[in-house]
Ligand binder design. Structure first.
Ligand SMILES: *[C@@H]1O[C@H](CO)[C@@H](O)[C@H](O)[C@H]1NC(C)=O
Ligand SMILES: *[C@@H]1O[C@H](CO)[C@@H](O)[C@H](O)[C@H]1NC(C)=O
Ligand SMILES: *[C@@H]1O[C@H](CO)[C@@H](O)[C@H](O)[C@H]1NC(C)=O
Ligand SMILES: *[C@@H]1O[C@H](CO)[C@@H](O)[C@H](O)[C@H]1NC(C)=O
Length: 957
């Protein structure tokens, strides 16, 4: 009856990503009664069972396990002996029903305390796991079954507070209420607050197994549990536990299974072990456990599974871990482990999965890893491993996943070593210093069929020929290589119906005599070749494509209307190429999945497609970047239907339109850049008092022909700019729900990029920190006073109103903008004195009020003393140390000195400005500086930037 009779935990499937080592725990403790003489069952019990059956609908979808079938179907009143019914167990002597196993029986419908189930007073074992009781509460009448020793209600859509009455079942040795949660949203259905976990278990002194995963417990782990010396299995995965985990539990003499993963606020450590422990599986991942792994961990000699990923463990991986010869799965990812992979690991001959990624592991990849032939998953990404990839890994014939992304691996790598590994489907070599070498012979003998290949930053100069045979490929990342070449003309003549292969790069084709030998990538979902030197026309992916990123190449020609048929496409990026022509207007009514559309920096012309024109089309669009093209006409009014839009960048086009106040109602809009177009006219105050552009962080209307007074109503509406919480440097990004992302270390979002113009020079931001709020109305013909309300935009980092026709005084309220790093009011007609309050602007690095009609003494103190003459020149009435100009006693008297040199080359001061930002950013960690620093890094060393940004994305959350 004990746990030893049961199969405790069956390792099922090999899901390497998502949650590490998800193991389906199921238990069968019901004795088989096939051999015994059937006792005869009691009439009241058989009719109770029949009524119980009748209270449900049989629905196959109600059970999720593979072997599910409706056991109750063959129950009927003709076979009067219920003891022979499927799932029913009777006492051999008395004939009373003592066991009922309706696990995975496709039962659907509510259950309550009136259920005839609770008449079966003799029942000792009950399982209703894996059915759907339609959000019923666990009936309090369960307490009537006081003889229960085994109760399993897992995964059955029970809802609400676990009833206090369960604590009457003090005979229980096995209690499983786990996994009553929504498999899609992970919403927990059950809670254990009153009674609490502590109160509930007080009576269960005989408990051997307690599985409570996915119950909202929200308490500490009661230390009382360490008195439960019979405990063999304890699962408290994802229970919102907090506090310190009672270390004594790890010393329980019979504990074989301990799962407490996914309790972020649960801290703890792994103690020294003085005695042998029977632990077989220990899962602590995604918790606040920290400290070192004790070397006495070798006392856990039965351990098969150890998963402590996503915690805060540090120190070296103990050598003694290599003594746990039964270890099959070892997960240490996302900790701070240092040092080498212990050489003792060569003893771990049973090892199937080794996950060490996102640590600080140094040294080389040991060649003896090639002897651990049971290995199916080897994940060493994002460490500091160096040296070559040992050839011996090619002996790992069971290896399915090999992830080595983001290390310092180097040397020439003969890629052919992977082509005979028949199990290998997922290979990531991105972002190392490897140079891949491809033998061109024997391509036909390739045994590997890749689904995922990550060869970003691998110094590739041509498309590897073997790719032409990889017809199962779903994910291909060749970003940041040196791929070049042109698509041969004859390829372009291929009929569009068969153009399902990506024909890119002349070299791709050199190995083939006939096109027909190329196997099409019909399953391709992710295609990322950004940052190469590819030429020729845009390749056409298969309709399965989800992410298509060819940005930063030299592709030319037009965009085929075939892209309109790609109904799963969510990320479509063509930026920074030489593409031209009109963008197919059918894009406007195609793909409902489209989330990001980046066409920036090409030569597209014509009218912008009416995206979101049809109801439902492109309704998930979050980012649209059309900047630096030759688009004409107006902004499509249909965009006001793109309710998810967060970013609109149409800078540097030839658009002629009035201010798009109609975008103001988009609830998510964070960034609007209209810079350098022909936008014109007076911006009208909205007719009604509605809040518009409430989420806006960045607005750039610079270099247009706007006139009149900028309506203060808008400034009053920019609620997001009034307070933005800063929790570390995060970039504004459009998120999409791509289930792929977790599986592939792939970003689930797009970092917004934009160009900011200062004094006629464009500067590209590779990322906009989400605390970066920015208003640029410069280079227009705005008139009137600067609104006091700007002083309410407390989160503002940069305000540029330069080169307009603004008059009046500088509002002293600007002194409230304590986060401001850049304030440019130059080249207006501002008058009066510079308000003393502006000296409160503690972070200002750039301050420019030059070329106005300001007068009087320049305020002294704080940052102001560091600004030089260029900040103030061109104001004949200003005086102060910065201008090397003494004030006369009357502050408004004209200057006795000539004004500073007018011809202070703009570009020169910009350089100073940019470097000023960069240095300031590096030194002070300021936002503007950091954003600009990215560009400088980007210009100087693309790879460096890519690496840092991709690493950032790799170590998300
Ligand atoms: C239980 O049965 C009684 C009488 O048949 C009924 O009044 C009551 O509503 C039922 N309770 C539930 C929870 O269905
Ligand atoms: C424990 O069991 C006793 C007797 O069966 C019962 O009265 C009590 O309510 C139960 N629960 C707790 C928390 O003591
Ligand atoms: C655990 O058991 C010990 C002795 O058996 C007892 O002194 C202690 O109070 C118990 N702890 C709890 C929390 O019940
Ligand atoms: C290791 O596993 C084998 C096979 O499952 C088992 O017989 C043996 O007892 C295990 N060793 C330990 C120390 O538990």
């Amino acid at each position: 009856m004990g746990l030893s009779l049961c199969s405790v935990a069956v390792l099922r499937g090999l899901v390497l990503k998502l949650l590490l080592f998800r193991i389906a725990v199921f238990t069968t403790c019901f004795a088989s009664n096939a051999h015994a003489v059937q006792p005869f069952c009691h009439d009241d019990e058989s009719s109770a069972l029949l009524q119980f059956k009748e209270s449900f609908v049989i629905a196959h979808a109600a059970s999720r396990s593979e072997g599910a079938y409706p056991k109750v179907l063959q129950w009927n009143s003709e076979t009067r002996n219920c003891c022979s019914w499927d799932g029913v167990e009777c006492d051999q002597q008395t004939g009373n029903v003592i066991g009922l196993d309706l696990t995975s029986s496709c039962l659907f419908g509510p259950i309550n305390s009136n259920s005839t189930l609770f008449i079966l007073h003799h029942i000792r074992r009950l399982s209703l796991a894996d059915n759907n009781f339609n959000y019923s509460q666990i009936p309090a009448a369960i307490a009537q079954l006081s003889g229960l020793t085994y109760l399993n209600l897992s995964g059955s859509y029970f809802y609400g507070q676990v009833p206090f009455e369960i604590s009457n079942l003090h005979m229980l040795t096995y209690l499983d209420l786990s996994n009553n949660y929504d498999p899609y949203t992970s919403e927990k259905f059950l809670q254990l607050k009153n009674p609490s976990l502590k109160t509930l278990v007080l009576n269960f002194t005989r408990l051997e197994v307690l599985y409570f995963s996915y119950i909202n417990i929200s308490s500490e782990v009661p230390s009382l549990l360490s008195n439960f010396t019979s405990l063999r299995g304890l699962s408290l995965e994802n229970c919102e536990l907090h506090g310190d985990f009672p270390t004594k539990l790890l010393h329980l003499p019979n504990l074989q299974v301990l799962f407490v993963e996914s309790n972020k606020n649960l801290s703890g450590h792994i103690p020294e072990f003085h005695e042998r422990s029977p632990l077989v599986e220990l899962r602590l991942s995604n918790t606040g456990f920290s400290g070192r792994l004790p070397s006495s961990i070798d006392k856990l000699e039965s351990l098969k599974l150890l998963d402590i990923g996503r915690c805060n463990f540090s120190g070296a991986i103990p050598y003694s871990l290599g003594k746990l010869a039964n270890l099959t799965k070892l997960g240490l990812k996302e900790n701070n482990f240092i040092g080498h992979i212990p050489s003792s690991f060569h003893n771990l001959t049973q090892l199937e999965i080794l996950i060490l990624d996102h640590n600080k592991i140094t040294g080389s990849i040991p060649s003896w890893l090639g002897n651990l032939t049971k290995i199916e998953g080897l994940e060493l990404s994002f460490n500091k491993l160096e040296g070559p990839i040992p050839q011996s890994l090619s002996k790992l014939m069971n290896l399915k996943y090999l992830y080595l992304t983001g290390n310092h691996l180097s040397g020439f790598l003969e890629f052919d070593m992977f082509l005979n590994m028949k199990s290998l489907t997922h290979l990531q070599l991105n972002w190392n210093n490897l140079s891949l070498v491809f033998e061109k012979t024997n391509i036909n003998a390739t045994r590997s069929k890749f689904k995922l290949l990550g060869l970003s930053l691998c110094n590739l100069i041509e498309f590897p020929i073997f790719l032409g045979y990889q017809n199962e490929l779903e994910w291909l990342n060749l970003a940041g290589n040196k791929l070049y070449g042109q698509i041969p003309k004859r390829m372009l003549n291929t009929s569009v119906d068969t153009l399902m292969v990506l024909y890119i790069g002349g070299n791709f084709l050199t190995g083939f005599n006939q096109e027909s030998t190329v196997l099409p990538w019909v399953n391709l979902r992710i295609f990322d070749v950004q940052y190469n030197m590819l030429q020729g026309p845009l390749p056409i992916p298969p309709p399965s494509i989800q992410l298509f990123d060819v940005s930063n190449n030299k592709l030319n020609g037009e965009v085929s209307h075939l892209f309109c048929n790609m109904s799963s496409l969510y990320h479509f990026s063509l930026s920074n190429n030489n593409l031209s022509g009109m963008v197919p207007h059918c894009l406007g009514n195609s793909s409902t999945s489209l989330s990001a559309l980046s066409l920036g920096n090409n030569s597209f012309h014509g009218v912008i497609p009416q995206i979101c024109g049809n109801s439902g089309s492109a309704s998930s669009l979050r980012l649209i970047d059309l900047s630096h093209n030759k688009f004409q006409g107006q902004l499509p009014r249909s965009w006001s239907n793109c309710m998810m839009l967060e970013v609109i960048v149409v800078s540097n086009n030839q658009l002629v339109d009035t201010f798009p106040s109609w975008l103001g109602s988009l609830p998510e809009l964070k960034l609007l850049a209209l810079h350098r177009n022909g936008f014109y006219g007076v911006i009208e105050r909205p007719k009604m008092d509605v809040v518009l552009f409430a989420q806006l962080h960045v607005i750039d209307l610079s270099s247009n022909n706007f006139t009149g007074v900028f309506p203060s109503h808008y400034i009053a509406s920019w609620n997001a700019m009034k307070s933005i919480e800063s929790n570390g440097l995060k970039y504004m990004r459009a998120k999409w729900n791509a289930s792929l992302s977790t599986a592939y270390y792939f970003s689930d979002s797009e970092i917004y990029k934009m160009t900011v113009t200062s004094k006629g020079v464009d500067t590209s931001y590779q990322g906009i920190p989400d605390i970066f709020t920015f208003v640029d109305l410069s280079d227009n013909k705005f008139e009137g006073d600067i609104s006091d309300l700007f002083g309410k935009l407390k989160a503002l980092r940069s305000l540029n109103l330069s080169n307009n026709m603004l008059t009046g005084r500088i509002p002293s309220s600007l002194g409230n903008l304590t986060y401001l790093e850049s304030l440019d009011l130059s080249r207006n007609k501002l008058s009066g004195q510079i308000p003393q309050q502006l000296t409160q602007l503690g972070f200002v690095e750039v301050f420019n009020v030059s070329h106005n009609n300001l007068v009087g003494l320049i305020p002294q103190g704080n940052q102001f003393n560091s600004f030089d003459a260029s900040s103030f020149e061109g104001n004949p009435g200003l005086c102060g140390d910065q201008l090397l100009k003494k004030c006369s006693t009357s502050s408004s008297s004209p200057s006795p000195f000539p004004t500073a040199e007018e011809d202070d080359g703009d570009s020169e001061s910009l350089v100073k400005l940019v470097w000023g930002f960069v240095l300031a950013g590096y030194i002070s960690g300021l936002v503007v500086g950091v954003a600009l620093a990215d560009i400088m890094i980007n210009r100087g060393a693309l790879n460096g930037w890519l690496r840092s940004y991709l690493t950032k994305m790799g170590k998300r959350n």
